[in-house]
Design a protein. Structure first.
Length: 210
């Protein structure tokens, strides 16, 4: 009988009130491994052990049957989509996602914004109250933001970029650079960015952290 991908199940398989505990994994039995290694093995083996539970078989799980009837099968389609994503990420091998990868990259994008703001303050502290010299017609602030943007420079062929967008949860460098700069108030004065310019973002739309 075909078993369901863990993402099809509407609720955790274990533990259940009044239900027996799941069978121990090899890691939980010890197997001669040190406790730290056993804990790692148990962590990665648990999803597969849970996936073999009878509750993950469509015809023997009343909750899945009820959810399928309520959603008109939408839960099965969502689970199938997650399964295909796991297979695509594993390049044909089933790699069950343990966490929300996109949530991590969202945190990175927020860190770009706050980190640049802190770096800007540190840069001005390093000047000890003195004005930064103008070099090649660029002010200190202009060079500072140009240096940040230069970090994200890249040259990628379009087919490779499409593959990255589909498989890499990180935002492309172009958007991490421009998206961050548009939220930095000093950037506007450094480059005289005005309403109507491509990099302009209205003050009430900017995110200011620190």
């Amino acid at each position: 009988m075909t078993r369901l991908h863990p993402s099809l199940h509407p609720a955790p398989c274990w533990p259940r009130t009044g239900a027996p505990s799941p069978p121990p994994t090899p890691a939980s039995r010890g197997g001669g491994r040190d406790p730290k290694t056993a804990q790692k093995v148990d962590f990665y083996a648990r999803p597969f052990v849970d996936a073999m539970s009878p509750s993950n078989v469509l015809l023997t799980n009343p909750e899945v049957l009820r959810k399928t009837a309520e959603t008109g099968g939408e839960n099965l389609l969502r689970g199938l989509s997650n399964l295909l994503s796991d297979l695509e990420r594993g390049r044909g091998k089933l790699t069950i996602k343990m966490t929300d990868l996109d949530a991590f990259t969202l945190g990175e994008n927020i860190a770009d914004n706050s980190g640049l703001a802190i770096a800007y303050k540190a840069y001005h502290l390093s000047l000890h109250g003195k004005p930064a010299p103008t070099i090649d017609g660029m002010s200190g602030d202009a060079r500072f933001y140009r240096g940040f943007a230069a970090e994200w420079r890249s040259k990628v062929r379009e087919p490779a970029e499409i593959v990255r967008i589909k498989t890499d949860p990180h935002s492309p460098g172009e958007f991490r650079a421009n998206g961050t700069l548009r939220n930095q108030a000093p950037f506007y004065s450094a480059y005289n960015v005005q309403p109507g310019d491509g990099m302009y973002l209205a003050p009430d739309k900017r995110v200011t952290i620190w």
